[in-house]
Design a protein around this ligand. Structure first.
Ligand code: COA
Length: 260
């Protein structure tokens, strides 16, 4: 199968680094199915590609990604194992090479949850993070309801996942979601410098180290992602979610009282 290409995702390999860059700034880098497919294909292909030693996922000026394309959620959402988003999630889960993220700004929904699976994360001091799944009538995805309570503690995880409370880069670093916070004009440069350091290390030792760190939890995470996924799919067609998506697109407050 040829890897899919997409105008909104730039993919290039330079100096043994696979750079995957969101490129849909006018829609705040909202991720549609073609974008998920292009990222899934690029990450999957990297496992067998000896010219790639590290993967960097990067945003555009001031924006990492506003998460899943809400228009696609509202229209005819792709669901099931073969959906592009599922293929992206699986590709990240089984990626053999280290993944470095350069969070250039806003990271919403999967823009934050994907970071829980990256190996190293660098964020702009102006970046902000939020996972407004409940606010959208949805449930958390990508294993976040398992990983976040472990990483940040139950209290903070409840703020992030139940209230959908946004948090700063400083908080993201304090709770262990982000390695380092740097000035906005340095974030991609720092991520690339770290990627070059990784690329110069012995590749087998690096790959095995990643595997050793991921393996103990891999089965539990995969199982939890499936459980989340089933509930997420059901929630997507709920009246609450439809009202929430419509409200965001119409830039108004949602009214959930009609569903009491
Ligand atoms: N899906 C689809 N389109 C999106 C989007 C998303 N997730 N996020 C932003 N956009 C679009 C907006 O509809 C707007 O399109 P338009 O110019 O055709 O009207 C454009 O991107 C710019 O967004 P806008 O809302 O005007 O920018 P802003 O700076 O005022 O706000 C956000 C940015 C990200 C805070 C706001 O767009 C938002 O809340 N988006 C939804 C985020 C979300 O809920 N994601 C899903 C998580 S599961």
């Amino acid at each position: 199968m040829n890897p899919s290409t997409c105008e909104f995702i730039d993919v290039q390999v330079e100096e043994k680094i696979l750079r995957i860059k969101f490129n849909r700034p006018d829609k705040k880098n909202a991720i549609n199915r073609d974008m998920y497919a292009a990222m899934a294909d690029a990450i999957q292909a990297s496992n067998e590609d000896t010219s790639v030693r590290v993967i960097v996922i990067e945003g555009t000026d001031g924006c990492f990604t506003s998460g899943n394309d809400l228009k696609e959620f509202m229209g005819d959402p792709e669901v099931g194992e073969q959906s592009s988003v599922e293929r992206f999630i699986q590709a990240v889960l089984v990626a053999e090479k280290p993944i470095v993220a350069a969070v250039t700004g806003l990271a919403t929904g999967i823009g934050t949850t994907m970071l829980l699976h990256c190996d190293l994360v660098y964020a702009s001091e102006k970046a902000s993070f939020n996972m407004p799944f409940v606010n959208l009538g949805l449930v958390p995805e990508f294993g976040s309801s398992l990983l976040l309570p472990h990483l940040v503690g139950q209290r903070r995880a409840s703020e992030m996942l139940m209230l959908g409370k946004p948090f700063s880069a400083e908080t993201a670093q304090a709770v262990g979601i982000v390695n380092d916070v740097v000035s906005p004009d340095q974030v991609i440069e720092i991520a690339l410098t770290i990627a070059k350091t990784l690329a110069a290390l012995p590749s087998t030792a690096l790959r095995l180290t990643k595997k050793l760190m991921k393996q103990p939890q891999a089965e539990a995470i995969a199982h939890h992602i499936n459980v989340e996924g089933e509930l997420f799919e059901q929630a997507l067609s709920s009246p609450e979610a439809n009202e929430a998506f419509t409200a965001v697109m119409e830039k108004r407050k949602p009214n959930f009282s009609q569903f009491d």
